[in-house]
Design a protein around this ligand. Sequence first.
Ligand code: PLP
Length: 247
Amino acid sequence: MTTIASNLQGVRERIAQACASARRPVEDVTLLAVSKTFGPQAVREAVAAGQRRFGENYLQEAVDKISALRAWESEGLRQAHAAPTEWHCIGPIQSNKTRLVAEYFDWVHTVDRLKIAQRLSEQRPPGLAPLQVCLQVNVDGGANKSGVPPDEALALACAVAVLPRLTLRGLMTIPEPAPDAAAQRAVHARTRALFEAMAAQLPAGAVWDTLSMGMSADLEAAIDAGSTLVRVGTAIFGGRKPAAARP
Ligand SMILES: *Cc1c(COP(=O)(O)O)cnc(C)c1O
């Protein structure tokens, strides 16, 4: 078994254990494998080990990798019956880069301004399914952080929910690292409370089923607080080199 395959198995076991402790069915939690900084070969190894959903942060890198993977899949090397790979944009989006997101990705987790959402909706190619969207919320209030402030999240959600080429799915957060599991859980629980409070107030048409929170270090606390999608990089692919050390 490759390292990536055995790491994936370890992460799946952590998720199953966390679901059991939280008395939640394991099907409630989706694993997104965060492949940023790793090449197409690492993604292919994960695909061979049964993983289909991948998260990427850096647009040009992502576009090259998605193109390589799709070419590989369409050459018929993908295992028979296997679902195609699904790509999630989890990095910050500049307004001049929305077209690449609209054209290449299936999901985007980092919408925090209406202008970005409007551009994504306008630029989503007609032949593709609607782009699946989570709003990034700045739950712990870091002044320089991306994310809509919690008290503005409902207004943004109502505006995004009616855009024709997007499907609003839920919320995403990247909390500051917390000292222990209880502190991690407390921040995640605030996001969960916001998610539930918003559910009752959204216009018809929003599919409000996704709470994207939890990474390698805090996925147990996030699942305990109600996460439905964990974004895991390091625990699957290993440590990332700093940008300057990459080829
Ligand atoms: C890199 C990244 C992750 C994965 O983090 P790990 O700690 O490596 O699991 C998850 N979410 C976002 C938004 C990221 O940028």
